[in-house]
Design a protein around this ligand. Structure first.
Ligand SMILES: [Zn+2]
Ligand SMILES: [Zn+2]
Length: 255
């Protein structure tokens, strides 16, 4: 047996994996999406630094690239120029190869320069996150193996690495523009996948988000739930987040 620190029952490994992947999802929706891309909330530096670090560790994703590609998606949603739309790519390609589209667009310097403004340019960004892009995920691999041994450690790490490419680049960017219901009449094909945004940080409510871009809150109707909004309310109560914009109450007379 490979020497390691922890032996858990099978559900312990599942729980660990769910907790770390949920933290990653929270960092994507709160930091990359609601705060950095749309300015709907300002996170306290303790939170934004932690989230930037965690994303480097668990995804290797770069703030400026993510923000730029996402803003371009909104600028062209489901039209020629959208970096990722199931209308052009097909839903199955989106679902399983969504991350490939993301990486293709990340190489487009014009996109990054035009849409990536206002992202961190500090010392740690230049000297650690930009310079050693893949070091974070390798450290994560080393941590998983040290904790759980070679077999289980590598398996958990592989799940972590696949999590955002599948759930964010695949399900949200693909299914969120393909299948579900719409509250807001928008020009694109965005959909609320399910009314309870629990598992993917509230990003399930993708039509609501396209309907009111700058809102920190993604749920619109009484029976909808956005766990990202719950996180923000807690952070705000602790003085760790300042909510800037919230959509006005949904007008039920619209349908
Ligand atoms: Zn957005
Ligand atoms: Zn969208």
């Amino acid at each position: 047996m490979f020497p390691h620190l922890l032996d858990l029952p099978w559900w312990g490994y599942v729980l660990f994996t769910l907790v770390v992947t949920q933290i990653t999802i929270a960092c994507v929706t709160l930091y990359l999406h609601r705060a950095m891309s749309h300015g709907s909330v300002t996170l306290h530096p303790i939170i934004s630094h932690f989230m930037r670090f965690w994303l480097w560790l668990t995804t290797g994703m770069n703030t400026r690239e993510w923000v730029a590609i996402h803003r371009k998606h909104h600028a062209y949603a489901d039209r020629e120029g959208d970096p990722h739309s199931p209308k052009f790519e097909g839903i199955w390609n989106m679902l399983f190869l969504g991350a490939v589209l993301y990486h293709r667009e990340a190489k487009n310097q014009q996109t990054i320069e035009k849409y990536g403004k206002g992202c961190p340019e500090d010392w740690i960004q230049h000297n650690l996150y930009d310079r050693f892009r893949n070091l974070g995920v390798l450290l994560m691999l080393a941590t998983d193996v040290a904790l759980f041994g070679l077999g289980i450690g590598v398996a958990i790490w592989a799940v972590q690495m696949a999590w955002i490419p599948f759930w964010a680049a695949g399900v949200i960017n693909g299914v969120g523009h393909f299948l579900g219901y719409a509250n807001y009449k928008v020009k694109d094909n965005s959909r609320n996948i399910i009314p309870w945004g629990f598992f993917i940080g509230g990003e399930e409510l993708h039509n609501n988000h396209h309907g009111y871009l700058t809102s920190a809150k993604f749920s619109a109707r009484k029976w909808e739930f956005d766990i990202g909004w719950l996180y923000l309310r807690v952070l705000s109560a602790l003085g760790l987040a300042e909510i800037k914009v919230v959509a006005p109450p949904y007008d039920t007379s619209k349908g």
